[in-house]
Design a protein around this ligand. Sequence first.
Ligand SMILES: Cc1cc2nc3c(=O)[nH]c(=O)nc-3n(C[C@H](O)[C@H](O)[C@H](O)COP(=O)(O)O)c2cc1C
Length: 186
Amino acid sequence: MDTITVTLIVGSARRERFADALVPWLSRAVARHERVRLEVVDVTSAGLDGRDMRPGGTPTRAAATLREADAFVVLTPEYNHSFPGALKDAIDLHFGEWRRKPVGFVSYGARTGGAQAVEQLRQVFAELGAATVREAVLLMHPWNHLGDDGFEPPADVDAAADAMMAELHWWATALRAARVRDQVPA
Ligand SMILES: Cc1cc2nc3c(=O)[nH]c(=O)nc-3n(C[C@H](O)[C@H](O)[C@H](O)COP(=O)(O)O)c2cc1C
């Protein structure tokens, strides 16, 4: 199996965000997969202030990291049955960085675990020519699973993360080989 670079996108920009309780757990879940190098891009520090929303516009601080990624894991909360505006900005400020690469999702919220945020993100990434993977991790009421070591989910959550990572690795390897073989059009 080839080593791939997976970039974790932290999608909440709230000051006291639950995302911070999930990032250490999710980083471990990504990194325990064989042959994965982990990078993190946080929407609060990605240098998204350029507001030059067009392909080839002023590069953000995150652009180089996103360009180098073979795959993405997007961590998103659900706000009013959608995903955060800050995450949409982070997506829209880039273009070719997403193209022909796989995207996996970890969402969180109340009863539906952020499922509606994920389904909307699938539409956005389709427009950018990214390939979203079927296996996703939906965390329902994750704040009920905080222990001494932070987020301590039931075993089936870790199993879901492993399934998502296995699928992401397959797509990342396949698409990277295809991008090398046939140049991705601008
Ligand atoms: C403006 C707002 C809207 C929300 N709407 C939903 C929702 O539609 N569905 C849901 O399951 N949770 C909803 N929630 C609860 C969030 O999922 C929960 O507060 C979560 O911790 C937010 O993530 P964050 O703290 O990392 O930003 C909402 C929270 C906020 C602040």
